[in-house]
Design a protein around this ligand. Sequence first.
Ligand SMILES: Cc1cc2nc3c(=O)[nH]c(=O)nc-3n(C[C@H](O)[C@H](O)[C@H](O)COP(=O)(O)O)c2cc1C
Length: 301
Amino acid sequence: MDLTVNIAGLKLKNPVIAASGTFGFGREFSEFFDLNLLGGISVKGLTLAPRKGNPPPRIAETPAGILNSVGLQNPGVHAFVRDEIPFLRKFDTCIIANVAGNTVEDYCRMAEILSDADIDAIELNVSCPNVKEGCLIFGSTAEGISKVTSAVRKVCKKTLIVKLSPNVTDITEMAKAAEYSGADCVSLINTILGMAIDINSRRPVLGNVVGGLSGPAVKPIAVRMVYQVSKAVKIPVIGMGGISNADDAVEFMLAGASAVMIGTAGFVNPYVWIETIEGIKQYMEKHGFQKVSDITGALIE
Ligand SMILES: Cc1cc2nc3c(=O)[nH]c(=O)nc-3n(C[C@H](O)[C@H](O)[C@H](O)COP(=O)(O)O)c2cc1C
């Protein structure tokens, strides 16, 4: 049984990747299971300078997912290269550096630094809804995506993934802009803007007032967007949004995803990534798939 996938030159041992921001730099989860088992790890979103993130509370539970307004708390790209890459490199898995900037220059500088670092791919987060300046501004229009992607492409020596926001009118236009501007791959979806109110205090639950919704609540929207995007572009698609088990992962692959990322479900079940890999194998046996890549786009319409 062949579980490997090749995403624009990025060779994964299996199609299951930890989603950015939900797995830190892997240290905590390495106490639960062997990180060598993962297809890849997308690390917490990095910025050029360290960031403290937004005021608390930053997480609110909802009936079928969570709202977060972490606001890209991270130690900065230099500390990542110095302190985290040596730890992550102990494991035989693909390391994807997720980056967010306030300006095109920020994104380019980080892409330069990370192109010389021992990582496998760069994921441009142009879709974080939880920071005031930059980031989502780029991801909200085809022009913005084009501007940042083409500038980064010129300096990026790694596989370039552009992570799309669902907070747009037509996601296929955003994906086409990324493809046209030199992205090797697109990943989607990031969180969907949401809000919760405490009716007794009559105040917003989150310190930042609004936040990003993730988890099972967003899955049907994410599957629809992956399906539409995979039909609109020729580059590979990495799908995510509410995946909690192997059945969900297979659903994304049938919709056209070459690989999947899992985030929020890991807060409920820290073994979700490895259980998903096992479950995909069982699905392949049951349905006679020799190669996992044959599931991609195998939807019957
Ligand atoms: C607490 C939290 C922090 C996140 N931080 C980032 C981030 O730094 N960069 C990024 O691109 N996406 C970030 N995301 C979005 C996830 O990577 C993912 O796109 C989204 O949560 C949908 O997948 P899920 O439903 O499996 O969590 C974050 C999500 C959560 C819940």
